[in-house]
Design a protein around this ligand. Sequence first.
Ligand code: CP
Length: 329
Amino acid sequence: MGARAFAHRDLIAIGALERHEILYLLDEAEQWVALNRQAKKHVDLLSGLTIINAFFENSTRTLLSFEIAGKRLGADVVNMHAATSSVKKGETLIDTAVTLNAMRADAIVIRHASSGAVGLIASKVDCPVLNAGDGSHEHPTQALLDALALRYKLRERGMAADDFTGLVVTICGDILHSRVARSNILSLTALGASVRVCAPPALMPAGIEALGAQPFTDFDAALAGADVVMMLRLQNERMDGQFIPSPREYRHLYGLTAERLALAGEDAIVMHPGPMNRGVEIDSNVADLAGRSIITAQVEMGVALRMACLDVLTRRTRGVPGWADGEWV
Ligand code: CP
């Protein structure tokens, strides 16, 4: 496979990827799913490389899975937490990026509260940059791991899983502030799915149809016949003012209860990127519903998918044949 399989130095946005590139990363991740299910989960593929995880926002799943992914591939992994870094002394984002670059990292994984910040850092450093979530812009590895988890679940049910054509996915929650929603709309539609987004009017971004999603404010209508229901939490950290009357009313209108799930298609799959606010956007008996909820599988797939991303994006550095002279966009 040549460089055109994935012709990018960085992974900043699903919106920058072609459908075949999304599928390539999912295909590549499958070998790592298999490895991670073995007792011995370590290879030396990235031995000698240094990966820096620079997180300017809190994280459990993304930070840990990138750290585990890098270590399982044999890289040296270092985590920079903004809360205990010189960012707290007033260092600018660009100076921080230049500092990380001077340490000759081979890949930098960044989460930042500002949309566009990760792309800005990528323009200042010499190594591949992976976006671990930037503001309300994109969270590309989340969307890719979601597609991977969905692929495995569909395959388990004996369904075609390489193409999501015909699949109806309802994404419900704080669409306005959600980078997960944005990346998932782009990736799921690229893979052929029909995507509905549902939110209270104040949490529905204007012009969402331009991304290829069908907007709803009535959750019951958005659920009718859906094959997949993806719930999102209220991003209170990004809200400036009152967007919902109360959590109680929000749950009444937009919470996924067992009764409401019954409105979706038979055996509809339940997803949530985490962290969940149980009893607000999703009830525990739905989040933990055996055979239907793939929330834990999403976490499992996160490690494998991020291993695939670290492998693919460092191939040029490692001089992998066919990748050394790749064209980057
Ligand atoms: N889904 C997700 O990004 O979770 P974390 O904030 O825990 O990384």
